[in-house]
Design a protein. Structure first.
Length: 142
């Protein structure tokens, strides 16, 4: 699905649940769709501010929460720093830099299918986090 189609789908979904469609709300989703670096809410806010200087951080927070509730974006679990968001909701894995916190999408196949239940948990999906040092941080080491 293209970015435009996803935005249209979001607008339709907002109408469906009776959520007011504001340019700022649409802009939040647009920023998330156009980035693959898994930004924080603050990162999204800083980008939105350039176009909509009067938008508040609280509005951006609420919109991100709404997008997550609607299943349009996902939280990327991360052990340090702030919560990061991903508009790529397809199953994929992440490479995480333990020095700067960069998170990169990686796709590869693992010959393992998670069982429907594990340790009493109902399993719905899984993803791998691979930790290391990114090329930018490696360049700084020398
Ligand atoms: Zn790094
Ligand atoms: Mn991702």
């Amino acid at each position: 699905m293209s970015k435009e189609e996803k935005l249209r789908e979001f607008i339709e979904a907002c109408k469906h649940v009776g959520l007011k469609i504001t340019p700022q709300r649409v802009a939040v989703y647009e920023v998330l769709l156009s980035r693959d670096d898994h930004p924080t809410v603050e990162d999204v806010y800083n980008e939105i501010k350039k176009k909509y200087p009067f938008v508040s951080l609280a509005t951006v927070y609420r919109t991100v929460e709404t997008l997550e509730e609607m299943g349009l974006i996902k939280k990327v679990a991360y052990w340090g720093g702030s919560v990061r968001y991903d508009a790529n909701i397809s199953d994929h894995h992440h490479l995480i830099c333990t020095q700067c916190g960069a998170i990169k999408d990686v796709e590869f196949c693992i010959d393992w299918t998670p069982p429907a239940r594990m340790e009493g948990y109902r399993v719905h999906n899984y993803s791998l986090h691979i930790y290391g040092v990114c090329s930018k941080c490696q360049a700084k080491e020398n």
